[in-house]
Design a protein around this ligand. Sequence first.
Ligand code: MF3
Ligand code: CO
Length: 249
Amino acid sequence: MIVLRSQREIEKIRKACLIVTEILECLRERVGPGITTWDLNAVSEELADRKKVKPAFKGYHGYPYALCTSVNEEVVHGMPSRQRHLKEGDIISLDFGVVCEGYYGDAAVTVPVGRIDESAVRLCKVTEESLYEGIRRATLGNRLSDISHAIQEYVEARGFSVVREFVGHGIGQQLHESPQIPNYGPPGKGVKLKEGMVFAIEPMINEGRPEVEILEDHWTAVTVDRRLSAHFEHTIAVTRNGPDILTRK
Ligand code: MF3
Ligand code: CO
C-alpha cells in the first residue's frame, strides 16, 4: 500500500529533508584530501545531534553508522572507516537520512575529492542529471515506471549502466515504504502517480558494467569490474503542481 500524504504531512517530511540537505552541504564542504570517512560520519552525527534529529540509517537492519560513504568503485552502503583517507581524484557518495518528529528525509550526493578526471566528472554529471530526468516524470497521471524508464534511457544513451540490485523507495513515517522504484524498466507500468505520494528517487550509475557484489562486511556494494559508480538521491512529493523536491532549499 502506498500512503498518500496530506500537505501537512508533506511539510513535516520537508522539515526532515531540509535538515538532511543542510547536513549534506556541511559534509560536502569537509570533503577533501586527507579527511577520513570516519571523520565525515562523526560530523554527520554531531550535526544531527545539534539539530535534535535522529540519523535514520544508524541501527537500520543493523547498519552501524549514521552516514554511508561510498568511495570510487563502492556503489552504496560504504561504511565509514578510520583507515579510509580520501585522496585527490576520488569521488565519494554521501548518503544520509534523518527522522524528525516521526517523519523521514533521505538524500545522497556524489562529490569530487579535489581535482578528478574528466570521465569521473561526466559520470557524476550524468548520474545527477538522470535523477532530475526521473523526477521530471513524477507527475499526476504518469505511472511509476515512467520515472524508472526515464532514468535508464538517459543513462544508457550516454554509455553508462544502471545498477539493478538497489532501488528508490516510498518514504514518510518509515525510511523505506512502498513502492520500490527501480532505476530501469519499460514506460507506462506500475501504479498511477497520485497527489501526496512521497518518493526517494536514487539512481546508482556505473561507469562500466552494471553488476555489483557485496564485500565481506555484508554492507559495502562495489562494482564487479571495480570501475567507478555514482549515486544521487532526492526525496520528492507528487503534487498537482508537479514534483516538489523536498530535499532542496
Ligand atoms: N539511501 C539509502 C537507502 O534508502 C540508505 C540506506 S542505508 C541503511 O536505502 F543502512 F539504512 F540501510
Ligand atoms: Co534512500
